[in-house]
Design a protein around this ligand. Structure first.
Ligand code: HEC
Length: 148
């Protein structure tokens, strides 16, 4: 009796905690591929920005950061069904981090326009920190090092 009650409570806790949100594992193959494509795209962009920072190529930094900013996953290339799917599966915390990340990209682009070395470095570091923060919370299956 006690044992079965425990199971019911556990099941209820899991259901209420998740509220049907399974994270990226709950996405269809196509939508998950779209997310992975965006990730590869921003990773490439970050490499390019790094090279441009060390060479003082501000125009390149600004252009690439704007491209990253515009790649905002919720704004592009999504069918209505995919948009609904993301909303249903990704928790608010994920959406907030995605938003912060893209806001930092806009700030980086602006800093580069002003050739503000310090602000460029700061915003690049903020963006890198947000990659790690989001992966630690929502991409543990892909990046095992973050699973503890
Ligand atoms: C808002 C959350 C979030 C942010 C911010 C984020 N990522 Fe990701 N990223 C993910 C998730 C979730 C996955 C795992 C997707 C999966 O398992 O299908 C992922 C996967 C990846 C992958 C693997 C893609 C593949 O081939 O499967 C790369 C590369 C990557 N991210 C790079 C980055 C870089 C670089 C940054 C920062 C500049 C970044 N990500 C920022 C959530 C994020």
């Amino acid at each position: 009796m006690i044992k079965s009650l425990g199971i019911i409570i556990t099941a209820a806790t899991i259901l209420s905690a998740g509220e049907g949100q399974k994270g990226v594992e709950g996405l269809s193959k196509d939508t998950r591929t779209l997310l992975a494509d965006e990730m590869k795209y921003i990773e490439k962009g970050m490499h390019h920005i790094f090279s441009s920072i060390v060479k003082g190529e501000y125009e390149e930094i600004s252009k690439t950061a704007t491209d990253i900013h515009n790649s905002f996953i919720f704004a592009q290339n999504l069918t209505e069904a995919q948009r609904a799917e993301l909303k249903a599966n990704l928790p608010q915390g994920f959406i907030d981090l995605d938003r912060s990340f893209h806001a930092a990209a806009a700030k980086l682009s602006e800093a580069a326009e002003f050739e503000d070395k310090t602000a460029v470095e700061e915003n690049f570091a903020i963006m890198t920190g947000l990659c790690v923060q989001c992966h630690s919370a929502y991409a543990q299956q892909r990046f095992r090092a973050f699973s503890e």
